[in-house]
Design a binder for this molecule. Structure first.
Ligand code: NAP
Ligand code: G4F
Length: 329
């Protein structure tokens, strides 16, 4: 019989890529969605799976809605991707961030414990938990956590709650500690998409500047389509565990900017980029680079898309989007 998966955060970036992967593997896929006045299925449309997903209404901050969904869906696997995922907003909306990203995970784990205790559970943990820490320039599964934002702090709680349900109730719960991953359907606020969208508009003469914050921080950027495979693999193992998922390479925001302008055939990027303090953070995570040996050795997972390939994919997709809009006018 086909397995059933429940994906929270189905309308975000990772949800659609994961839904597509699971549908291709023959799963029945349910996506948790909140009540919207004007819902957008654009990201699911982009990967071409909207009509194949079943939707269940619920919110991570509403425990009874999660209980209902788990009772009705009885999933074999749950992928908890829902979050207030923008680090920048987490200082302004620290309580909301905590309620969704931390307490919400406790609600979901409890719903599973009572109504679907054999379901396997994936928690979307993050390299933001490492914050200031590294071991010889890398962050791995044993690197200490030192989160630098309310977002990072909320995710540390969820990480340990996921471990605790495994240790206390013998449930199959796994943390994927994913480093930054991007795609043409990345939210527009995140720096990569903000850059590729800005570059596309500059290329087509729709704007003449791109305002950014700190260009010196470095991130280990990979492609979201590759990373959802690691999520799936974690839940196919004999025993639950926690894994870092990353490329093992790091690049500064400045290098991403340079690569994006280059991809669009523009050499003099400094002419267009303005530093704007509004986009600097109260506390920065200066350097992220994942040590990915465990995922490679135990899951047999490897990233496929290179840094240059990722930047190029995103720039081309944004140029294409604006060209279509211009043609429709
Ligand atoms: P995303 O694009 O921001 O998607 C998050 C999804 O969560 C959205 O669909 C959002 O719904 C939903 N959501 C927010 N609050 C909710 C609530 N109260 N109840 C139910 N759903 C809610 O994030 P992503 O990039 O796909 O990332 C997926 C997960 O991985 C997140 O947990 C993120 O923190 C984590 N993560 C991401 C990265 C990365 O680089 N992308 C790295 C490490 C970890 P709306 O559509 O209504 O906003
Ligand atoms: O793209 P970002 O906003 O992503 P950030 O903060 O690294 O968080 C993302 O990755 C995490 C995994 O490590 C996820 F858990 C999290 O959910 C999210 O997906 O910022 C990246 C870097 C930061 O150093 C930021 O200060 O870019 C710098 N930056 C410089 N100018 C900017 C800007 N970030 C944004 N969003 N906007 C700017 O104008």
């Amino acid at each position: 019989m086909a397995k059933t998966a429940l994906i929270t955060g189905i309308l975000g970036q990772d949800g659609p890529y994961l839904a597509k992967l699971l549908l291709e593997k023959g799963y029945k896929v349910y996506g948790l969605i909140r009540r919207y006045s004007n819902p957008s299925f654009d990201n699911l449309d982009y990967v071409g799976v909207t009509k194949d997903v079943n939707f269940a209404e619920g919110d991570l901050t509403d425990e009874s809605s999660l209980i209902n969904v788990i009772k009705n869906v009885r999933p074999d696997e749950v992928y908890n991707l829902a979050a207030q995922s923008f680090v920048g907003s987490s200082w302004e909306q620290a309580k909301l961030t905590t309620e969704v990203n931390a307490t919400g995970v406790l609600y979901l784990l409890n719903a599973l414990k009572y109504f679907s205790p054999t379901a396997k559970f994936y928690q979307a943990s993050t390299s933001e938990m490492f914050g200031l820490s590294n071991d010889d320039g890398y962050q791995g599964e044993t690197t200490q956590f030192h989160p630098r934002s309310p977002y990072g702090v909320s995710k540390v709680y969820a990480y340990w709650m996921t471990v605790n349900f495994r240790e206390s109730y013998n449930m199959f719960t796994a943390n994927g500690i994913l480093f930054n991953h991007e795609s043409p359907i990345r939210g527009i606020q995140f720096v990569t998409r903000k850059i590729t969208d800005g570059v596309a508009q500059i290329k087509l003469g729709l704007k003449d500047e791109l305002r950014l914050g700190n260009l010196d921080s470095s991130r280990d950027w990979g492609f979201a389509g590759d990373y959802v495979e690691a999520m799936y693999l974690m839940l196919q193992q004999e025993t639950p565990d926690d894994y870092v998922v990353a490329t093992g390479e790091t690049h500064t925001v400045r290098q991403f900017v340079e690569a994006a302008f280059k991809s669009a055939g523009i050499d003099d990027w400094e002419k267009y980029v303005k530093i704007d303090p509004r986009f600097q953070r109260p506390a920065e995570v200066p350097h992220l680079r994942g040590k990915v040996d465990k995922a490679k050795n135990k899951l047999g997972w490897e990233p496929k898309v290179s840094f240059e390939g990722l930047v190029d994919m995103m720039v081309k997709a944004d140029i294409e989007r604006y060209e279509k809009k211009i043609a429709q006018k």
